[in-house]
Design a protein around this ligand. Structure first.
Ligand SMILES: *Cc1c(COP(=O)(O)O)cnc(C)c1O
Length: 357
């Protein structure tokens, strides 16, 4: 079976984890801030705060932004449920903005007046161009779970040139992995502080009352990231550049191999942008049959995503008019794409697709 995504963990990664396991700190130790600094440097942001998952990080982002009941948060319908659940966790209202059928990203010209916040999803690894927003909402959170390693004319995604925070995920199908894990980058010291508090029970130390003393000063959870995860992340991060380069090479090779087939390939990055190619989502007619055929041939294609308004948990959004998201959903199919995918495997994927068509 060739899966649609797969982690790449080598002996260096394993050795890095073993080293932490033999040390004094499994959690709340020095590997966590070291990894946070490395990510902040990588994406050219002032601060990075690690979380137990990308979803926990998104929750922290909406909470630290002060979003709540009465606020309207816009996001794309063509994303993973976590992009919207994070707004629901804090009681904010969600509005879905249809996609641009060319980019498969939220169409900035469809953003309604009066939204408080935008969760900007860089679907498949193509950055949403934030210079095209009709106005600057109070809060802009980038859901950059697909976009570690991507760039815009403003620099690396995560430098928050036009946002308050960017959220990354280290789930095994993403660009680098820590098993589970997530990270927020920001340039705002106060937000970074809020995020760290939220990660650990809302607690702040109060040494003025004694060395032991602390105050649970606000809402919080245990969303901590372990040193074990941090060691793996640090080792993986060294390979991010080569991973993203390989994803781009394989994506270009797919484009060439697919030229004569009746499929729509995903939009390439415009000039000045670097695509991170978390996914290679093509569009085909008769998608359901193609999916079945390819699975039967051992090719684990996937569909990204069932649009948010089609899930029961978002039943209140069911009547949203989202013709482009619905249209794309009926045709979308993500072909296998990960750094260790071989050209022979890629040829097999294309042959199986041609067969199915
Ligand atoms: C993976 C992903 C998340 C959530 O990340 P986890 O680390 O799995 O919690 C959020 N948004 C998008 C778009 C994702 O793909």
């Amino acid at each position: 079976m060739i899966p649609y995504g797969r982690h790449s963990v080598d002996d260096d990664d394993i050795a890095a984890v073993v080293q932490v396991l033999k040390g004094d700190w499994l959690t709340q130790g020095p590997a966590v801030p070291a990894f946070e600094r490395a990510i902040a440097e990588q994406v050219e942001a002032n601060y990075a705060v690690a979380f137990s998952s990308g979803t926990a990080a998104l929750h922290a982002a909406t909470s630290a932004s002060g979003l709540g009941p009465g606020d309207v948060v816009a996001t794309s319908p063509l994303t993973f449920v976590a992009s919207a659940n994070c707004s629901r966790y804090v009681g904010a209202h969600i509005t879905l903005v249809d996609i641009d059928p060319k980019t498969l990203l939220l169409d900035p010209t469809d953003i309604p007046n009066g939204i408080t916040a935008l969760v900007a999803v860089h679907y498949a690894g193509l950055p949403l161009d934030l210079t095209r927003l009709p106005y600057r909402p109070r809060v802009v959170i980038e859901d950059a779970a697909h976009a570690l390693g991507a760039r815009t004319p403003d620099g690396p995604v995560g430098n928050c040139a036009r946002s308050d925070m960017a959220v990354f995920s280290f789930h095994p199908v993403k660009h680098i992995t820590t098993g589970e894990g997530g990270m927020i980058t920001t340039n705002d010291a106060e937000l970074a502080n809020e995020l760290r508090k939220f990660r650990s029970h809302g607690i702040i130390p109060t040494p003025e009352h004694g060395g032991w003393a602390y105050n649970a000063a606000g809402n919080g959870f245990n969303y901590r990231f372990t040193d074990i995860q941090a060691a793996l992340g640090m080792s993986q991060l060294r390979k991010l550049g080569s991973f993203v380069t390989r994803r781009n090479e394989l994506a270009e090779r797919y484009r060439e191999l697919l030229t004569d087939l009746p499929v729509v390939t995903p939009p390439p990055a415009p000039a000045g942008f670097l695509h991170a190619y978390h996914l290679f989502p093509i569009q085909v007619s008769g998608r359901d049959k193609v999916y079945e055929h390819m699975w039967a041939a051992g090719i684990g294609v996937q569909v990204h995503y069932v649009p948010l308004h089609r899930h029961d948990v978002f039943a209140d959004l069911r009547n949203s008019r989202l013709p482009h998201a619905d249209g794309a959903y009926s045709r979308l199919l993500s072909l296998p794409l990960f750094p260790t995918l071989t050209e022979a495997e890629q040829d097999l994927v294309v042959r199986s697709l041609a067969d199915a068509l």
